[in-house]
Design a protein around this ligand. Structure first.
Ligand code: NDP
Length: 256
């Protein structure tokens, strides 16, 4: 079990106040890490801190917007001030705007790219000095099935999430010698606020996903606890630049 032990480690999760981010935060907390939750909605973050504290973790909420310049330095600075350093960064904050490409405004495009991709680069760059100061660390970036696939409604989202995979590979090669492992998790269809909206909008959508998913269920935020602990722990010290799908078999289903 010590392979997966995160006692004494400090983790920072963007968008850690709900959905997949909170599932990851719970996993890291249960493995022993102190957790910083960084997001916009302060009330939601305080509720998340309550949950993490109840699990026995020390936790801190930081109010940031990942589309604002300097957010990375602010959240990493808060982690270092409160806990003395940073070992694990999870870039999870994300949004989706589902429109046909001909209807997607440049503003929509920029909002999705800024939130889902540029913020990952900026967050990693801001964390680098703190991670190297500890002799290395772990970065986990959250991609998507749309890192792999396209769809009529996903031009900006797929571009951003495909970019997350390539950015992950580039940072992994750049920082391997500094003992920083950079990997991605690619979620399938997970029951969160983000997908609840889509499920409510489109009739038959929920059933179509179930029929296509070999596990015959939607994923839950807690399905990310184990994969995140693996990528955050010494168990994955020779794993870098990888993108691991967490999708109940959705992306390998080939039956007709
Ligand atoms: P949620 O909508 O439940 O959570 C999104 C999180 O991101 C919230 O905590 C939100 O917090 C935060 N966030 C959004 N915009 C910003 C911003 N500008 N600054 C700071 N924080 C922000 O979605 P999920 O949990 O489903 O999504 C989490 C990640 O997983 C995303 O990257 C998403 O693309 C990805 N994903 C999700 C899938 C799914 O099926 N659910 C499938 C594939 C990928 P707040 O509003 O307080 O800022």
């Amino acid at each position: 079990m010590s392979l997966f032990d995160l006692t004494g480690k400090v983790a920072l999760v963007t968008g850690g106040n709900g959905g997949i981010g909170l599932g990851i935060a719970r996993g890291l907390a249960m493995a022993g890490a102190s957790v910083v939750v960084a997001a916009r909605d302060g009330a939601k973050s305080e509720a998340a801190i309550g949950e993490l504290t109840a699990l026995g973790a020390t936790a801190l909420a930081v109010e940031i917007d990942v589309t604002r310049d300097g957010f990375g330095e602010a959240m990493v600075g808060a982690a270092v001030t409160r806990f003395g350093g940073l070992d694990i960064l999870v870039n999870n904050a994300g949004i989706s705007i589902a429109k046909r490409p001909e209807d997607l405004s440049l503003g929509d495009w920029r909002a999705v790219l800024d939130t889902n991709l540029t913020s990952v680069f900026a967050g990693c760059q801001a964390a680098w000095p703190a991670l190297t100061a500890r002799g290395g660390g772990k970065i986990i970036n959250i991609g998507s099935m749309y890192s792999l696939f396209g769809a009529w409604y996903s031009a900006a989202y797929s571009a951003s999430k495909g970019g997350v995979v390539q950015l992950t590979r580039s940072l992994a090669t750049a920082w391997a010698a500094q003992n920083i492992q950079v990997n991605a998790l690619l979620p399938g269809w997970i029951d969160t606020d983000m997908t609840r909206k889509a499920r409510a909008r489109a009739a038959g959508f929920e059933e179509a996903i179930l029929a296509r998913t070999p596990a015959r269920r939607w994923g839950e935020p807690d399905d990310f606890a184990g994969p995140a602990v693996f990528l955050a722990s010494s168990a994955s010290d020779f794993v870098t630049g990888a993108s691991i799908v967490v999708d109940g078999g959705y992306s390998v289903e080939g039956s007709v």
